[in-house]
Design a protein around this ligand. Structure first.
Ligand code: ATP
Length: 430
């Protein structure tokens, strides 16, 4: 089958990359192929800016030469014979040396050897991800489909390539759920049976946590993450994260609320930074676990320090924060600011989903709409001009002035200076 039409339908930038890669492949005399998710999405007519290329030959050498052709940034992984080229227009090109993989034991890391494109396709997860398209001139756009990926795409099936696939690499269990839900496909019958067998053997427990983490985070970043989680919960459960993690009715409605709030946050505050949705959802999934358990999960998954901090501090503080925000007595705008400003936006969205109290929501909304990110007109330089000697009290003076501004006691720079002259000396020590 020839896919020239499909290639022509891609954007002009991608088209030109493919043609240039084909020309370079001919010059170097190596057989070169588009592969994996890129081919799958091209056949589905879905946009994909990650171009996956496999070379039957030295992938690194090809990548170095291609980086010069495209004037692209190159990152080499010599050990794996792969490289990533990045272009300013967000297009990413993964270039790999065709290789075969051999798994010495279930869930172990494979022994990797250079090979032909067939071997490279055979080591892949599902038939729909295991097609290649030649881009050399003499057989440009020819589809290589050894495992009936095209048939499975048409029949909307996720099919593994051989019986030991989930045993070799159990993270494919997570990938299977991700692709079925992303494309509205289903697991092919034998694949489903082998999925269940792998589940019975608790195969996801056998993989190193950081590989599970990477795959799970990819799921949490998907547009249809909620249905994916439900499906994963049904097919496998979530105990591979921790024995006490489960997705019951409460968790389900918490996640739904979060999904709605994340969307509305982005709509209402386009100028604020984009939320790390996966951090929010991961935090929510751990709802109900003890602080120690949450800490241990973050540690075992080797999450980055900043992510761990956001996840753990939410679990540590949310009850106390909600209690403070629920106080009956009038809370000044600056008191609310003091409570909420230190929190991440992710934590704030979690708080909103956690409470059904309109008073709390109102207070959080006021903070987000009017006070978060508010700045003074005066700076430390102005304090020096007024006659203060620099020191730690500068921060205190500026903070109490900011609070006065939030409480609308003062409005413009003139007011700020007047306020500082009247009240600033209170913060001087000695
Ligand atoms: P996405 O659209 O999510 O990026 P993708 O298919 O491009 O999907 P990647 O994770 O970028 O997924 O992987 C690229 C290709 O590498 C896949 O299409 C698949 O062929 C192969 N692959 C990735 N992970 C595995 C795995 N665990 N086992 C076997 N093959 C894999």
């Amino acid at each position: 089958m020839n896919l020239a039409d499909k290639i022509n339908n891609l954007s002009s930038e991608i088209n030109s990359i493919i043609k240039k890669a084909g020309n370079l492949a001919d010059e170097l005399g190596v057989s070169t192929y588009l592969v994996g998710g890129f081919v799958r999405d091209m056949l589905l007519a879905r946009k994909n800016l990650d171009v996956d290329i496999v070379i039957e030959g030295d992938g690194i050498l090809f990548a170095e030469k291609f980086a010069l052709v495209l004037d692209a940034h190159i990152l080499r992984h010599k050990r794996f014979g792969t490289a990533v080229l990045t272009l300013p227009n967000k297009i990413k090109i993964d270039i790999a040396t065709a290789r075969s993989e051999n798994y010495a034991a279930p869930a172990a890391l494979p022994v990797v050897k250079p090979g032909a494109v067939y071997d490279d396709l055979f080591r892949r997860d599902f038939s729909i991800n295991a097609m290649a398209v030649s881009i050399n001139k003499h057989n440009f756009a020819k589809l290589l489909d050894y495992f009936n990926g095209l048939k499975d795409l048409n029949e909307k099936k996720i099919r593994i390539l051989h019986k030991l696939s989930f045993m070799d690499d159990p993270t494919r269990l997570l990938r299977a759920v991700r692709f079925t839900e992303r494309y509205g496909f289903s697991l092919e019958k034998l694949t489903r049976r082998l999925f269940n067998e792998a589940k019975k053997l608790n195969m996801l427990h056998r993989v190193t946590k950081h590989r599970v983490r990477d795959e799970f985070i990819l799921m949490l970043k998907e547009a249809r993450v909620l249905t994916m989680l439900k499906r994963l919960n049904k097919l496998y459960g979530l105990t591979f994260i921790h024995k006490n993690v489960k997705l019951d009715k409460n968790a389900d409605s918490f996640l739904k609320d979060l999904d709605r709030l994340i969307k509305s946050f982005h709509r209402r505050f386009p100028a604020k930074r984009v939320l790390d949705t996966w951090v929010i959802l991961f935090t929510a999934i751990l709802d109900g676990l003890s602080l120690e358990e949450v800490r241990k999960i973050c540690y075992d998954f080797a999450l980055r320090r900043g992510d761990t901090k956001r996840i753990v501090s939410y679990h540590q503080e949310y009850k106390a924060i909600l209690k403070e925000l629920l106080q009956k007595k009038a809370l000044s705008a600056s008191s609310i600011y003091r409570i909420l400003e230190p929190l991440s936006f992710e934590a704030i969205v979690l708080l909103m989903a956690k409470t059904s109290k309109p008073d709390i929501i109102k207070r959080i909304n006021e903070f987000l709409e009017a006070h978060n990110g508010i700045k003074l007109a005066v700076t430390g330089e102005d304090l020096k001009k007024i006659g203060f000697v620099p020191g730690p009290h500068f921060k205190e003076i500026l903070t109490s002035t900011l609070h006065a501004k939030i409480d609308k006691v003062i409005k413009n720079k003139k007011d700020e200076i007047k306020f500082i002259k009247e009240h600033g000396s209170r913060h001087m020590r000695g």
